[in-house]
Design a protein around this ligand. Structure first.
Ligand code: BGC
Length: 773
């Protein structure tokens, strides 16, 4: 755990330069706009420890699988989000000395991520070996208005000398991924072009053939007066630059504006890419830095209006939640149904930037409530479009009849996770894909989604489960063998309660969806049934037979669900009995020891109690929480949020608050000592859920929003906006109770503490907290 970020409600602030913390800060201060994103690497040369990261959405490379023993069915490759051309480069040289924070004396270093307006600022004073001192002030952002553009303002002031400063504003395409399996470079050179103050570089990914063209336009000012500079263009393979020398005067600020465009063949024809790049660049140069930044700030204000959570009385908690919301909004904007949300977003390489079940299980609720409906719909359509690949994935594993197994990790729909226990066994992810359809419809009321997209996916998933279970003569029940549940600290177990539960739920929900589409859109139903050769009577009666005869492991004595068969044979001792030096287990114990232990990586049985909360009464939830939470090490970032929500539901308010803090400041405080790899973007949605679904107890039932809130004692109040079926509602919870304001034009009825309240447009209602029992 590291705790060096200054508390502030709207800014992430680092003061003082510590090279040991640099890679963590590079992750924390990342910027992005849904189309591209970037770690907080320095503009100037840095020879110290750094993880370079520039990413362009959707651009990936299929890195050949690396495993010890090949097993049939293994994916051929692991899809990596690619480190793309470095567009921020501005080298500063004085004679033969480079400005390099690794070699010079750095004072007054300050890095600020301004979340309200969406930019990154860095300032410091550097003293070179020659004694020359420079003050640097750099500001940059990825525009959320012009998504293919970014801009940098880089100001240099000589503090104690006059003399020449050589500047080299470059784009470097000769980059690599740190996590490359075979130390290969993934980009080929296509073309370059430099003239005057403009430079363009086009590179192409190997194998996948994506073209990315990056262009820059540089201009220079002294004390904000334009200076006529003689620009020298440099064009080499995978590298372009605009270089110039300026006669610097002590105390006079030199400002370099570097506008950048980053366009890819995801959005433009390859032959039109250079022109597209020039057009974007021209547009942003014409607007100018200040206008771009003002537009950026205004666009962020609008985003915050939809998604902010305001916490009074706890700056650390406020900073934490805003940081999570900010990073989520930087990662996914929902404009493109070919894109998704990688667990590290645009902030690192680990997890390949690919799509996991995290999206459906954790991110969907956030986008449903804070963004237009289409944003979540695009996430669902992403999976719909990959259905054929999911069917092929299942075929590779021996399933048939159009059964679909969605991948654990993917870019294109093809499975590319390389660990057998996860690839073959962690199949609960299939359930999350179906659950997201249910969740989307429950929230939006858009049941027609089933007619055009949803039903086809649900049937394919139900078909998979019906083939994955088998009849046990010994138990006289259906069982599911060889499973890895959400708790990845167990492999190859039988009858993981969560997986059995979600599998049966999928078959039941598919049945319900069939009835709906048959009735509401019979022609579409017939068309679909013919397309997928659906034998409705035979298939659905078999699904019913399974769901009626499924085996669920249970401990009768404790009256709890068993995570899997035989769980109670383990040596059961709470996490509190472990030595501090054992934690985290995954860095200190052998894998074998972890597998045999009773320790749980993340919510497993509790994940099911969260998803299907209405099926289980409070006493059941309490018994299971009291048994499983003490055994849980929360070594997945996805764990604390589910526990926060469940703890809130069973009125363990202090637990809920502690889990909230852990999830919201997971990266800010580098809780798991892994922030340098990148941020835990998908679990950030879980932080939002902890407040909205946990503390405020929000959920949707029978087409109505329900709240069951409490206020953590550490806070004076919290408030947030929710978009629900075109209505914008503000919810505020303080020491007295809950205030709900209807900011829309239609009346809405909302359930608070199980009482229905009708709220007219433009009015608000208040309900007092309930007596605590
Ligand atoms: C978790 C998975 C998750 C993945 C990506 C793993 O550590 O156990 O549930 O999908 O990280 O976030």
């Amino acid at each position: 755990m590291k705790n060096y970020i200054k508390a502030d409600e709207w800014n992430i602030i680092e003061e003082g330069f510590d090279p040991q913390l640099n890679e963590i800060s590079e992750s924390l201060f990342s910027i992005g706009n849904g189309h591209m994103g970037q770690r907080a690497n320095f503009e100037e040369t840095y020879t110290g420890k750094t993880l370079q990261g520039n990413y362009v959405a959707g651009i990936y490379y299929p890195d050949k699988t690396r495993v010890g023993w090949w097993k049939n069915g293994y994916p051929e490759y692991f899809a990596k989000v690619l480190n793309a051309a470095n567009w921020i480069g501005i080298d500063v040289t004085l004679g033969d000395e480079h400005l390099d924070l690794n070699t010079c004396k750095v004072t007054d270093f300050k890095r600020v991520l301004n979340m309200r307006e969406g930019y990154l600022q860095r300032s410091f004073t550097a003293e070179l070996a020659s004694g020359k001192k420079l003050a640097i002030n750099a500001k940059r952002f990825c525009s959320i208005v012009d998504q293919e553009a970014g801009a940098i303002k880089y100001a240099i002031t000589p503090l104690n000398f006059d003399g020449d400063i050589a500047i080299n504003a470059f784009i470097d395409g000769d980059i690599s991924n740190k996590d490359s399996n075979y130390d290969e470079k993934f980009w080929d050179h296509v073309s370059n072009e430099v003239h005057d103050n403009e430079a363009y570089l086009t590179i192409k990914t190997k194998k996948t053939g994506f073209d990315v063209c990056t262009g820059s336009c540089t201009s220079t000012f002294v004390d904000w007066q334009p200076v006529s500079t003689e620009y020298k263009g440099i064009a080499k393979e995978k590298y372009v630059a605009t270089a110039f020398t300026i006669a610097a005067k002590q105390g006079k600020e030199i400002t370099i504006l570097k506008y950048v465009a980053n366009v890819s063949s995801m959005d433009h024809q390859p032959e039109a890419l250079l022109d597209a790049c020039k057009n974007v660049l021209n547009k942003v140069v014409t607007k100018g830095f200040d206008t771009l930044l003002a537009e950026q700030a205004a666009a962020w204000v609008a985003k915050w209006n939809e998604s902010d959570i305001i916490i009074e009385g706890d700056v650390a908690a406020q900073q934490g939640i805003r940081f999570n919301i900010f990073q989520l909004c930087q990662t996914y904007t929902g404009k493109d149904d070919r894109l998704n949300i990688g667990p590290k977003g645009f902030t690192g390489e680990k997890y390949g930037g690919s799509t996991y079940w995290d999206t459906e299980a954790y991110c969907v609720p956030f986008y449903l409530a804070t963004a237009p409906q289409q944003v979540t719909k695009n996430l669902l359509i992403y999976r719909y479009k990959q259905l054929q690949k999911a069917i092929e994935n299942a075929e590779k594993l021996g399933f048939n009849n159009g059964a679909a197994l969605y991948p654990m990790v993917t870019m294109t729909g093809e499975e590319c996770h390389n660990e057998w226990e996860i690839t073959f066994e962690e199949i609960h992810r299939n359930g999350a894909i179906a659950y997201a359809i249910f969740n989307y419809i429950r929230y939006t009321g858009d049941k027609d989604y089933l007619n055009d997209y949803g039903l086809e996916v649900l049937i394919a998933i139900a078909r998979f489960w019906s083939q994955r279970v088998n009849w046990s003569d010994a138990k006289k029940k259906f069982v599911m063998l060889g499973i890895t549940g959400p708790n990845e600290y167990e492999n190859n177990v039988n009858n993981n309660w969560y997986t059995n539960t979600i599998a049966c739920w999928c078959m039941e929900y598919a049945n319900e969806a069939i009835k709906f589409v048959k009735e509401k859109a019979p022609a579409k139903y017939e068309q679909l049934a013919a397309k997928i050769s659906f034998n409705e009577i035979e298939e659905t009666s078999y699904w019913n037979h399974i769901t009626e005869n499924m085996y669920y492991p249970k401990d009768e004595k404790r009256n709890i669900f068993l995570q899997q068969d035989g769980f109670l044979d383990k040596d059961i001792a709470p996490v509190s009995t472990l030595k501090a030096s054992d934690r985290p287990l995954n860095q200190n114990w052998s894998w074998d020891r972890i597998l045999r232990s009773c320790y749980i990586k993340q919510a497993d049985v509790l994940q099911g109690l969260y998803f299907f909360s209405e099926k289980y009464d409070i006493d059941t939830v309490i018994r299971n929480y009291d048994f499983y939470e003490p055994l849980t090490v929360h070594e997945s970032s996805l764990s604390p949020c589910v526990h926060a929500i469940i703890a809130a539901r069973i009125c363990r308010e202090e637990d809920a608050y502690n889990f909230y803090l852990r999830t919201s400041r997971l990266d800010l405080d580098s809780y798991n000592n892994d922030t340098e790899d990148g941020l835990h973007i998908t679990s950030m949605a879980g932080t939002w859920m902890s407040v909205v679904e946990g503390f405020a107890g929000m959920h949707v039932k029978d087409n109505r929003l329900k709240f069951n809130p409490f206020l953590p004692v550490q806070w004076q109040s919290y408030s947030f906006n929710i978009t629900f079926r075109n209505a914008l509602i503000n919810i505020k919870v303080d020491t007295d109770g809950i205030y709900l304001s209807n900011k829309s034009n239609a009346a809405i009825s909302i359930d608070i503490f199980n009482e229905v309240h009708d709220i007219k447009p433009g009015t608000h209602i208040f309900a007092e907290h309930r007596e605590k029992v």
